[in-house]
Write a protein that binds this ligand. Structure first.
Ligand SMILES: Cc1ncc(COP(=O)(O)O)c(C=O)c1O
Length: 1014
């Protein structure tokens, strides 16, 4: 190297009076060094390539000085002055070559290239940052900015006569395609593109991102102003996007994020947005041509090909995106209507409605019709997707129409639906997990053979038969023109094959003319007979492949491409009714109507409208694997449980003052599952009500309030239960411990006072309870001991062996009562045993059940001994209005049936075992996993900052569950430090579910914010 590290240190001393240690930095041309001065500050010393001119350096220095003054809020390198107060100076290197030397402050941060994940927030912030930067550079001037630079997007056509350098003909064709797009879309707008000094080099090595925490990460600066030039403003976000999208599955999503951010600080004009996509592509094209040229000169230089391969892949991906769709998507990101002509055409169409534009012979404005709710959350079909099977769906639709005396049924526009189940509606490369669900047309359900007429004058544009499962079947597209000559189309799907035979492309069709007929379910693509009617403003060269269903994340783009057909048809809005409101619309209503401390899960709240087996579905139809909701024990909406509730509710639901078999049957079934002397059953409605009752039962015999609880325990939300729940009374808003409450240390062998590997853990932890019992006994008190048999809220804790056995001995020695709170862990979840207390070899005096007992139906129970029940039976009536009602008991019985019939305890054991093995393997790879614990499908991953200190990694845990949610998996955190990822899925959880969860977890644990600090 022409400048050594030693020399750099000497230069720092001589030129800057700085004593510093230098390390070499990678660079293509110049010799750059990182300096750490004796006062701990860091700098970059740049010894420029001998060919660099002073004017080039002067431009960069004055631009950075300009930005220091005009945009002090932007973190940027600051130029350090020499001892002579100059911004740079000249030296002779070891080869006697003259080099210009300057020094900058060092900017901490991770390069964009090394940032994982490159989230939407970071990308948007990058756009914003560059917009601010260019806005501040607006008034900057320097002669060297007006330079001829091969990277200047306004000069990109130079690559046109360099394409011979690309050997592969298909790659050459790819570049020719993007160059012609550039000619078409960019050259024609030259005069409309604003110019100014731009930074021009936001590549993934030059952009720095802040540390993973705090979230969200921000741009921590950009370095290297060597490509600054006077160019098109819109080149700035285009260049940034071209680099940021390398290696990304969804390049358009990346470009949208950057454009959105840039537009926020430096609003782009519509012509500028129209050039953005071609400019992104052409930047990559320039990059690959440049690499090819450099490779010819320096065949062995790896620096040249750094981004080349990724750039080719990106170009191939971009070529698959229709450029007009890209333009619409980018307009949408910048807050414009996606398709420029949408509003104008909507007005024109709406005016046509007055003339009576219908697609069937009846006038839909006045005809008797039934509007269906086919949304994800519609109760019409239930949660079982099997009900959308063609014959069932057809029957459901036409029976309903018959009942409503309507010959016409309407399926709504812009409605997210669940029944697009075939593979063509699944995820694609850019949207791995997101299915297409949003209906872009309007359905007209009518009997097969019904005549279809043209709502407007038009001409046959296209006839096709799409035979794929759940496709359009036979379809016709008509072409129309507004009075201003704007073209648009209407699509008619699910027709008869004869329709296609009777029409010819180009044939004109007059308004009101019958031109098609509705097909049967055997010929129409496999749907209940109906017409799918859709308006399309731009076919995007897709012809018959134009989608009738879109992804919710692209809803605003597609609904702009396909506006509401009812603008034309005029079915009264009050008949159509509103579509499901979005999260953004729902949140303020919730805040307004409900108590503020009713918390909402996840940074991006979820609106859940359907649950089926181990999945929950949001209002857009996206599925979430439910990994932590232990209430739907046998799966969401289990048909056997649902039927039991529905049938009983349709017959009778009343209180326990009348005799009824259900409560007795249920009490008998529970008793069969419990050991002696647990013989007397009470049925209530919630875990809290059950724990309240358990305390009353205990106090009836002890005649004493004193209660022993464990650290961090939670037993319910009523006054008394908050008093005995350290998680609440010692937490935010809590009023502290009552004198009659006695807290024993949590027998947590990972983070507690005695730890795994030490002897007699159970005995030693139990000794603390013994001490409390002794003290109470000495005051003539009889204690109640209440604990979860495996504490869940305290962090998915598994007690050490013999713990509860010893505790119960001590409590009983003090003539106390032992309550087992099985609200979370009971009913087979643990795999090895049906009840948690069995894992410890004890039998409680009172046992409390809740949550999963009714598979989400309000039901809870308390079971105790005859002796305690007799003491409680003291003359005061026990009555809970809804407790033990016939519906609840029918549900409880159904849950027990399913548990048995589907062998779910065994499944919990099997899948839990697989999960534990996989978690232990992940623990080897990811030091953030401190502990893996649990049993069956009651599992916890304890995340730590370091294995040594076991300091809780709460930020990382919160990050992981929020990222899992983005990946379509619902998990939560628990424990006093909120660092334990809890897993308590429905017991029907499968091997595939376990695989899905572990793969996503592994991916996320590789991301920067999930790393432990150590
Ligand atoms: C261990 C335990 N006991 C009792 C309860 C109270 O149950 P519920 O919310 O049904 O009143 C809960 C609720 O989270 C719990 O976790």
């Amino acid at each position: 190297m022409a400048v050594s590290v030693r020399e750099a240190e000497r230069l720092a001393a001589v030129l800057y009076g700085m004593s510093a240690v230098a390390t070499s930095l990678p660079g293509e041309y110049d010799c750059n060094f990182r300096l750490r001065s004796s006062d701990g500050k860091e700098y970059v010393l740049k010894c420029m390539h001998p060919a660099r001119k002073a004017s080039f350096l002067e431009m960069q220095c004055s631009a950075l000085e300009h930005l220091r003054i005009k945009a002090p809020h932007l973190p940027l390198p600051r130029v350090q002055r020499t001892r002579q107060a100059t911004l740079f100076t000249e030296i002779a290197d070891s080869a006697e070559q003259k080099r210009l030397v300057w020094m900058l402050s060092f900017l901490p941060g991770r390069t964009l290239e090394k940032t994982n994940p490159l989230s939407s927030e970071v990308l948007e912030n990058l756009g914003w940052f560059l917009g601010e930067l260019d806005a501040a550079l607006g008034m900057f001037s320097h002669p060297a900015v007006h330079r001829e630079l091969k990277w200047d997007s306004s000069r990109a056509s130079w690559i046109g006569n360099q394409l011979h350098r690309i050997e592969d003909p298909s790659r050459r064709t790819l570049l020719e395609y993007f160059l012609s797009l550039y000619d078409q879309e960019v050259e024609s707008r030259r005069s409309e593109l604003r110019t100014g000094p731009i930074y021009g080099d936001a590549n993934d090595h030059n952009v720095l991102v802040s540390a993973p925490w705090p979230q969200p990460r921000k741009i921590a600066g950009v370095i290297d102003f060597g490509d600054m030039h006077h160019g098109w403003i819109v080149s700035e976000p285009a260049i940034a996007a071209a680099y940021a999208l390398l290696g990304k599955d969804n390049p358009l999503g990346v470009a949208r994020d950057i454009a959105r951010g840039f537009h926020r600080s430096f609003p782009l004009t519509e012509p500028e947005i129209a050039t953005l996509f071609p400019l992104i592509a052409v930047r990559l094209a320039v990059s690959v041509v440049n690499s090819a040229a450099r490779k010819e000169q320096k065949p062995d230089d790896p620096y040249v090909t750094v981004t080349e391969n990724q750039a080719w892949v990106a170009l191939e991906r971009l070529a698959k995106i229709h450029p007009r769709f890209a333009q619409y998507a980018l307009r949408d990101a910048c807050g414009h209507t996606a398709v420029p002509k949408t509003e104008k055409i909507k007005i024109w169409i709406t005016q046509r409605r007055k003339q009576g534009a219908s697609v069937v012979e009846a006038d839909l404005r006045t005809a008797p019709l039934h509007v269906f709710d086919l949304s994800v959350g519609s109760s019409m079909l239930g949660a079982d997707l099997g009900n959308a099977e063609i014959h069932k769906l057809t029957r459901a639709i036409f029976e309903r129409m018959q009942r409503e005396h309507a010959a016409i049924g309407i399926g709504r526009y812009n409605e997210a639906r669940m029944f697009y189940t075939s593979s063509q509606y699944g995820g694609d490369e850019a949207h791995r997990t997101e299915r297409r669900t949003v209906h872009l047309g309007l359905d007209v359900f009518v009997v097969p053979g019904t005549a279809v007429c043209a709502p407007l004058d038009g001409a046959v544009h296209l006839l096709a038969e799409n035979t794929a499962e759940l496709d359009y079947g036979p379809l016709v597209i008509l072409r129309h023109e507004t009075d201003d000559g704007d073209e648009f189309f209407t699509l008619y799907g699910h027709l008869t094959p004869e329709t296609l035979r009777e029409l010819k492309p180009g044939q004109t069709i007059a308004r009101g003319e019958v031109f098609a007929r509705v097909g049967t379910l055997h010929e129409n693509g496999g749907w209940p007979p109906h017409l799918h009617f859709q308006v399309i403003l731009d076919l995007l060269d897709r012809g018959a492949e134009f989608p009738g269903v879109a992804r919710a994340s692209e809803r605003s783009i597609w609904t702009s491409l396909s506006p509401d057909p009812n603008l034309l048809l005029g079915i009264p809005e009050k008949k159509i009714g509103p579509v499901e409101s979005t999260v953004e619309e729902t949140m303020p209503r919730r805040r307004e109507l409900l108590g503020g401390n009713l918390s909402v899960s996840y940074r991006k709240p979820l609106k859940i409208v359907r649950g089926w087996r181990q999945h929950l579905y949001d209002e857009t139809g996206q599925a979430y694997l439910d990994v932590y909701n232990n209430v739907p024990l046998v799966g969401h909406s289990h048909p056997h449980v649902v039927r039991a509730a529905q049938e009983q509710l349709a017959l009778l639901n009343t209180n326990t003052r009348y005799l009824h078999e259900n409560i007795l049957r249920y009490a008998e079934r529970l008793k069969e599952l419990l050991p002696d002397p647990l013989r007397v059953v009470y049925i209530v409605n919630s875990g809290s009500e059950a724990n309240e009752l358990a305390l009353r039962l205990s106090r009836a015999i002890t005649r004493c309030e004193d209660t022993i609880v464990l650290e961090d325990a939670y037993h319910g939300h009523t006054n008394t239960l908050v008093d005995i729940s350290p998680y609440k009374f010692a937490g935010p808003g809590g009023v502290g411990k009552k004198p009659w409450v006695h807290v024993a240390p949590l027998a947590d062998d990972y983070r507690g006072i005695y730890r795994r590997g030490e002897p007699d853990l159970g005995v030693r932890y139990a000794a603390h309870v013994e001490e409390i019992c002794r003290e109470l006994q000495s005051r003539g008190k009889r204690p109640t001991f209440i604990a979860e048999t495996l504490p869940s809220v305290a962090g998915q804790i598994v007690f050490p062996p013999h713990y509860l056995g010893k505790v119960y001995q001590h409590v009983r020695a003090a003539r106390g009562v032992c309550i087992a709170d099985e609200v979370q862990v009971g009913f087979g979840r643990l795999g090895t045993h049906f009840w948690g207390f069995e894992t410890q070899g004890v039998v409680p005096d009172i046992v409390v059940f809740g949550k999963p007992i009714g598979n989400a139906f309000p039901l809870a129970a308390v079971v105790t001994t005859r002796k305690i029940a007799n003491a409680f039976d003291n003359g005061m009536e026990f009555f809970s209005t809804f407790g033990g009602n016939p519906v609840a008991c029918a549900v409880g019985l159904a849950v027990l049936d399913v548990l048995q019939e589907e062998s779910l305890q065994g499944n919990a054991l099997h899948i839990g075992g697989l999960l534990i093995d996989q978690f232990k393997a992940l623990q080897q790879r990811h030091p953030v996993i401190g502990d893996v614990r649990g049993s069956g499908l009651f599992l916890g991953l304890d995340l730590v900052e370091s294995h040594h200190t076991r300091r809780a990694a709460a930020d990382q845990a919160s990050y992981v569950v929020n990222r899992l949610r983005e990946e379509g998996i619902l998990a939560g955190t628990d424990g006093p430090h909120h660092n334990v990822i809890k897993l308590r899925p429905p017991l029907i959880f499968s091997e595939a579910d376990a695989e899905q969860f572990c793969a996503a977890l592994n991916r996320i644990l590789h991301e920067d914010p999930a790393q432990s600090a150590a």
